[in-house]
Design a protein around this ligand. Structure first.
Ligand SMILES: [Zn+2]
Length: 458
């Protein structure tokens, strides 16, 4: 704008600008106060009809932010695209986080800090030492204690104004509906296929938006399901992936910061949905590749009319949900306890103690460790030969040679981490003519448990 020939010094301009900005701030504040008052009046008028609306994210502002809240959340309030309105929306919203592990930890820290009215935490597990590199809400002091208690204590320490609700139980079809009904938004921070289907279906049945995250190894992904007519998990994955494709962190490893990033992004999406700001990641999926520092957003399939959960013709009912067998459907267990196979006859197996005794007596034998090479590098039994299960077929001659160097009656034992792959290996070896092959029941974990308590587990 033309200054109109006025001759002002820089310092005069600064002074006038400062005074105008102060006046503007006062006017803005008055405007937002009046808007809040107006909303309260509207809310009172409509309270009869509004009470049946389940989505608190859309419920008009009912409570004013207190002076402490204005100070605590001032950096939110100063954001023009967030401001008092979105902050008030958070205050009037509730979010349920299922899983207080690698994804749930960072998500919960931010959800509690950012000012949701109520935050629920579901988990039945206890804190373990090997959780702490990624489950950053827990501390060493809580090892052996409930993850829900630990996470709740941290959340309360960060923000005592948020109501933290503890659900110290496994999330199952029997309790899922009752728990989830009390919340507006759901964050899936679990790590297994049956839980993903169960949580998504429950969200469909109850009409809740679902913030879904996953992290494994050095990769992560994120999307928002069942939001504004967008797809649910089943729309995208009508049939479960083969069980071999469903890996867990306990088996495959995970770099701690990867679920950290995805968990933070889950908190961000929950804030956007609850605050009614921005564009939640619905109909799109974010893919993170930590090693190459690449983040991609891909468009995903829209809602499927044939979907068994949210489809037009036969949307899932509460009763159907309660009776659905998610473990059978996905062929994998809901609980985090590892799979225990039972493939072999009794005479094809020995316990770790029996193996120990035979070893002490000097029994001639060959011990094959069928774990992957990078597992073998962590720790192994003395005099074992590492032939990973995946290369067993190609390396049978090495076993024959090793046996050839022993007495004629030398035994052949197979070990792995937990005693599943060793059974698969023995099954294969017996089929390939190694009729005396036996597996060590329970693998190295049982060795550590029953024979050598100092033997490292991982
Ligand atoms: Zn669907």
């Amino acid at each position: 704008m033309d200054s109109g020939g006025e001759r002002l010094t820089a310092s005069e301009i600064h002074t006038e600008l400062a005074s105008l900005q102060t006046a503007k701030a006062a006017i803005d504040e008055r405007i937002s106060t009046l808007e809040s008052l107006l909303k309260n009046i509207t809310t009172e008028d409509e309270s009869e009809t509004a009470s049946s609306t389940p989505a608190a994210a859309e419920t008009p502002l009912t409570g004013q932010l207190t002076a402490d809240m204005i100070y605590r959340y001032s950096r939110h309030l100063l954001l023009p695209s967030f401001g008092v309105e979105a902050q008030s929306n958070l205050l009037n919203s509730s979010v349920l986080v299922i899983g207080a592990g690698g994804l749930g930890s960072p998500a919960l820290l931010y959800l509690a800090a950012c000012g949701f009215g109520r935050v629920g935490i579901v988990d039945h597990d206890v804190v373990e030492l090997n959780n702490l590199h990624r489950q950053i809400i827990h501390t060493e002091a809580y090892i052996g204690r409930s993850k829900v208690e630990s996470a709740a204590a941290t959340c309360r320490a960060i923000n005592s104004t948020v109501r933290i609700v503890e659900h110290k139980e496994a999330f199952r079809t029997s309790n899922a509906l009752d728990i989830m009904k009390k919340y507006d938004i759901v964050v899936d921070a679990t790590d297994n296929a049956p839980s993903r289907y169960m949580i998504s279906d429950c969200c469909v049945v109850l009409g809740k938006p679902l913030i879904s995250g996953a992290a494994l190894g050095l990769e992560g992904q994120l999307t928002v399901y069942n939001y504004n007519g967008g797809p649910c998990y089943r729309c995208l994955f009508p049939t479960p992936p083969p069980t071999t494709a469903c890996q867990r962190c306990a088996d495959s490893g995970v770099l701690g910061v990867v679920p950290g990033i995805i968990g933070c992004l889950q908190a961000l999406e929950a804030i956007k949905v609850a605050g009614a700001v921005g564009e939640p990641l619905s109909g799109r999926m974010l893919l993170l590749d930590a090693l190459s520092a690449r983040i991609r957003i891909v468009k995903i399939r829209g809602r499927s009319l044939q979907c068994e959960a949210c489809g037009e013709n036969a949307p899932m009912t509460e009763e159907q949900f309660r009776n659905f067998d998610y473990e059978k459907f996905t062929q994998s267990p809901l609980s985090t306890s590892p799979l225990k196979l039972d493939l072999l006859p009794e005479d094809a197996r020995i316990t770790s103690k029996e193996y120990y005794e035979k070893n002490i007596k000097g029994e001639a034998h060959v011990l094959i460790d069928v774990r992957p090479a990078h597992h073998y590098k962590i720790i192994s039994l003395p005099n074992s030969l590492n032939i990973p299960l995946s290369s067993l077929e190609q390396r049978l001659s090495e076993i024959s040679e090793a046996l050839g160097r022993k007495e004629e009656s030398a035994s052949l034992y197979v070990v792995c981490r937990r005693g599943n792959d060793s059974q698969r290996a023995v099954q294969y070896l017996r089929g390939a003519g190694f009729n005396l092959a036996k597996d060590i029941i329970g693998g190295l974990e049982s060795w550590a448990h029953d024979v050598d308590p100092k033997f490292p587990t991982y």
